[in-house]
Design a protein around this ligand. Sequence first.
Ligand SMILES: Nc1ncnc2c1ncn2[C@@H]1O[C@H](COP(=O)(O)OP(=O)(O)OP(=O)(O)O)[C@@H](O)[C@H]1O
Ligand SMILES: [Mg+2]
Length: 309
Amino acid sequence: MVSIKKRNCEIWAIGGGKGGVGKSFIISSMGNYLASKGKKVVLIDADFGGANLHTFLGISKPKVTLTDFFDNKLPLNELIVDSSIPNLGLLIGTIRSLAPDSIKYTQKLKLFRHVEGLDTDYILIDLGGGTHFNTIDTFLLADKMLIAIVPEIIAIENVYYFLKNILFRKLVNAFGAHGLKHVVRDAWQNRGEHNVKNFRQLIDHLRGMSDPIRQIINEELSSFTIYIILNQIRTSEDVMVGNSVKSICIKYFGLNTQYIGYVEYDDFISRCINKRQAYMETYPTSRCAKEIERLTENLLEGRQLGIKT
Ligand SMILES: Nc1ncnc2c1ncn2[C@@H]1O[C@H](COP(=O)(O)OP(=O)(O)OP(=O)(O)O)[C@@H](O)[C@H]1O
Ligand SMILES: [Mg+2]
């Protein structure tokens, strides 16, 4: 079933499984750049347990949070606080009354409905690390799904694991809508019998089961795209890691990814955080700021690094 999205804003989310790779820095900086171009942007800190996005904008932690949405029934737009940057609002995802793991499905649906109804041009969602299903469902809500990685083996392994969880949940949800949830689970559990060794082979195996199943998979995956951002690079070889991740995604998931850009390592980023300054405002002409601008433009224009798509 193809869902028709009526909203006027576009939702971007950044995830990636591993903690500390720069998700919050990148998404807040992309938001800052869009806002500087006159777009209305709401940044949502969806690290439900450890929200810290405000520190990247140089402001203190807002007092209103999603707690007020769930417990005090305040409308979402009243929980968006001004950042120090024009056009850029911030919504903090902390839910004090709930453990981050215990947001109920119905609460989540309500939250997503209200998020989609916000009056803005862009909603940029910062996810926490890990692969909890709340993180994954929030990621899957987005129109554009971004993954931040650093050029280290462990980070790349985490991306593999993250993507596996994303795709699995996406397929289970899609099959569930047709009363076929068990099909994906059974096929994965019994993968040895069908010589299925990775996710790509699972998808091929499912496609071969019947025409309706092939149709569900095609509808879900044909336009499914993940956008890759490489962070904290130090050498020109590091830049190439983005291409390796692309190859891994094709090989193991049959997934076409877009490598939209990289960001160099820069000590001034942590200095800004410590001094409560927004990096893009403080160092707008730095190489990192220009790299953030370029990768955001690539995303807007449907380009990869130097390649027109
Ligand atoms: N390009 C970079 N160069 C230097 N330092 C960076 C860069 N990007 C991020 N950092 C630093 O890495 C640290 C982690 O960044 P950040 O908090 O954005 O990661 P994260 O992926 O959001 O982490 P978490 O999963 O814990 O939310 C920060 O202290 C930041 O200063
Ligand atoms: Mg973060």
